[in-house]
Design a protein around this ligand. Structure first.
Ligand SMILES: *[C@@H]1O[C@H](CO)[C@@H](O)[C@H](O)[C@H]1NC(C)=O
Ligand SMILES: *[C@@H]1O[C@H](CO)[C@@H](O)[C@H](O)[C@H]1NC(C)=O
Ligand SMILES: *[C@@H]1O[C@H](CO)[C@@H](O)[C@H](O)[C@H]1NC(C)=O
Ligand SMILES: *[C@@H]1O[C@H](CO)[C@@H](O)[C@H](O)[C@H]1NC(C)=O
Ligand SMILES: *[C@@H]1O[C@H](CO)[C@@H](O)[C@H](O)[C@H]1NC(C)=O
Ligand SMILES: *[C@@H]1O[C@H](CO)[C@@H](O)[C@H](O)[C@H]1NC(C)=O
Length: 559
């Protein structure tokens, strides 16, 4: 008898127990409405739908999470990256008294609808809108349940720095997500004394001809390191065009943001034609540590997608993992919310009603009064999910951002290393480094060899002499004396001598191109006057010049 009472007390103590005895704690509703806003008709949308529905089912069948309360999910189509229609769609979701909305799909939509979420105090939980500028400071009700692109840009900047390149070209979709991602890349490169030398925006609706025009300009520029920041719909078109232009060959380096690894994960194996277009490309893939939970989910995923192969394979990607954990995180936050004795109530938004938008049916939109409390509970979640530890750092980012670096080779891809926010690039998984600090750390910094475009294993130098750039003009004195230092090769317009050798060696060591032109100076009969040459330069004869002046070898760069 005593044991039974002890057991009952223990259950009570665990907090979810009142329902065990059939006494409904009145703060716990039977259902909680949640909405999901995605482009379900895309391949990414399909896997998100499968993952979200599986998670809702699993949460609802586990009384340890929300007791007898069930999540009631309603799906709303998000019209593929279009601004205004998204507003209409989100208003429909909001009118259903959802306590939270999973989504939206894209950062472009997120920028548009976060204002509505803020007004109605309904948290948006998005694991696919990764634009770094969607910050929790400006948009408190936008909660990112995945890692911001800020971290993948840091990973790409570290890669560029690791290989010793200095300048990259950015090819990106000219929308909020593209522009803001590239600004973040520029900041991260600058921290490593590298930079974006040329920005090549492409319209979100670009035709192959327009992409061709943009890439032709890229080919004329000096850098051969090209970063492509796009989405799964648009990104592959760039590579098709690039291949047709011969830009997937030797000398080029292509780094695609995580959209490419997502395509490989979701739709792979791709046709050999499609694979030919992306040979040698590097792409980060969001990294989640191996765990028993994750292995079980991988098996479950195979079961869940077995019937879906008619539209092509639906492989497991970071999106499915984070979608699944997002529902669990929301469920844990709701549990904490109810344990604190909160109720879910909605009231009319007096500000909206004062607009008298009768025909717009604005009174259907209500403010979620306890929205801010739920929001705080989401940021307080501390759980282990299929993606690993799911917890927010004080700055509103999920802890432990990490990526694998993938090299596309042959019919598949190969992991050449990892990147994590704590330890940067490494050959071994981040948790291995963190578990034994200092132990072989230096050696683990080396990445595995890469097969670059053109099927070469030599690291490309990353630049060519541009066809459109300015030349560095070098005044070469035609001296009569000291000819071993510099002299014109008789009968040609080339030069030789110690100074020329030193100059050429130095130019070849630079990690970027310095196109140059030697300009002879002097009549060849008398030693030319250095002061006269310097005067010519400083009075603006040339914009960028180096002067070799006899034995004294004046080196002068005027920018
Ligand atoms: C989904 O996409 C297919 C092909 O892309 C199209 O035929 C179909 O009409 C779309 N369905 C909806 C509901 O948008
Ligand atoms: C997969 O499906 C089979 C048959 O439907 C079932 O027996 C098995 O337990 C499932 N596995 C997982 C991991 O869900
Ligand atoms: C429901 O539970 C909460 C916390 O567990 C408690 O504060 C509240 O008084 C309970 N309400 C009822 C009606 O039992
Ligand atoms: C909001 O206002 C409308 C019209 O004034 C009213 O019909 C509706 O019941 C109100 N809803 C709530 C939740 O107060
Ligand atoms: C998170 O949970 C783990 C284990 O469940 C616990 O050890 C840790 O203290 C918790 N952290 C916080 C900040 O609550
Ligand atoms: C990432 O690293 C920076 C610098 O070490 C640190 O300030 C920041 O809090 C880290 N962010 C996360 C989410 O771990």
């Amino acid at each position: 008898m005593v044991k039974v009472w002890l057991l009952a007390l223990m259950i009570l103590y665990n907090g979810f127990s009142l329902t065990v005895f059939g006494i409904h704690n009145s703060t716990r509703p039977e259902f909680v409405n949640i909405g999901a806003l995605f482009s379900f008709n895309t391949s990414v949308g399909k896997i998100i739908k499968i993952a979200i529905e599986a998670a809702v089912e699993d949460v609802n069948s586990d009384p340890n999470i929300l007791g007898e309360t069930k999540l009631k999910l309603s799906l709303q189509e998000d019209s593929k990256y279009r601004g205004f229609l998204s507003i209409a769609e989100v208003l429909q979701v909001m009118a259903r008294h959802n306590v939270a909305i999973i989504g939206p799909h894209s950062s472009v939509t997120a920028h548009v609808i976060t204002h509505i979420a803020n007004e109605l105090q309904v948290p948006l939980l998005s694991f696919s809108a990764l634009d770094p500028t969607l910050s929790s400071l400006q948009f408190p009700f936008f909660i990112r349940t995945c890692h911001s692109d800020l971290f993948q840009m840091a990973a790409i900047a570290d890669l560029v720095d690791y290989y010793g390149w200095k300048e990259v070209i950015a090819v990106y979709i000219d929308d909020d997500n593209g522009r803001n991602g590239i600004v973040a890349l520029g900041d991260k490169l600058a921290e490593r004394r590298c930079r974006i030398s040329y920005k090549a925006p492409v319209s979100p609706e670009a035709t192959p001809e327009e992409i061709t025009n943009v890439l032709v300009q890229v080919a004329l520029a000096e850098s051969r390191i090209i970063v492509v920041h796009a989405n799964t719909l648009w990104g592959p078109k760039v590579f098709s065009v690039a291949r047709n232009l011969g830009m997937m060959g030797t000398g080029y380096v292509w780094i695609a943001t995580a959209f490419l690894s997502a395509i490989l994960d979701i739709s792979g194996p791709l046709s050999s034609d499609k694979m030919d277009e992306i040979q040698g490309v590097l792409t980060p893939r969001m990294y989640t540590p191996d765990s028993e939970l994750k292995r079980r989910f991988v098996l479950k995923w195979k079961n869940l997608t077995r019937g879906n192969t008619a539209d092509g394979p639906l492989g497991l990607s970071f999106l499915s993992l984070y979608a699944y954990d997002t529902i669990y995180a929301l469920a844990h936050a709701l549990d904490a919310f109810f344990k604190q004795g909160n109720k879910i109530t909605f009231t009319n938004d007096s500000k909206l009603l004062s607009l008298h938008g009768d025909t717009l049916n604005l009174e259907a939109l209500n403010v979620f009064n306890e929205g801010n409390t739920l929001r705080k509970n989401i940021y307080g979640v501390n759980m282990t999910g299929v993606t690993g530890l799911f917890k927010y750092a004080p700055d509103g980012n999920l802890v432990n951002p990490a990526y694998e670096i993938i090299n596309v080779i042959g019919s598949g891809s190969r992991r050449i290393g990892y990147w994590s926010n704590q330890s940067g690039l490494s050959a071994v998984p981040p948790e291995t480094i963190h578990s034994k600090p200092g132990n072989g750390f230096r050696e683990s910094k080396k990445l595995l060899p890469v097969i670059w475009p053109g099927d070469i294993d030599q690291k490309p130098r990353g630049w060519v002499f541009p066809n459109n750039g300015r030349l560095l003009r070098i005044g070469v004195p035609i001296s009569v004396s000291y000819r071993q230092f510099v002299s014109q090769v008789p009968g040609t317009d080339t030069f030789q001598g110690f100074c020329i050798d030193v100059f050429l060696s130095a130019v070849n060591l630079l990690p970027y191109a310095v196109p140059y032109k030697f300009i002879p100076y002097g009549d060849g009969k008398n030693n030319p006057s250095c002061t006269e040459l310097v005067r010519l330069i400083t009075t603006g004869v040339s914009i960028m010049s180096i002067v070799f002046c006899g034995v004294w070898m004046f080196l002068m760069v005027i920018l």
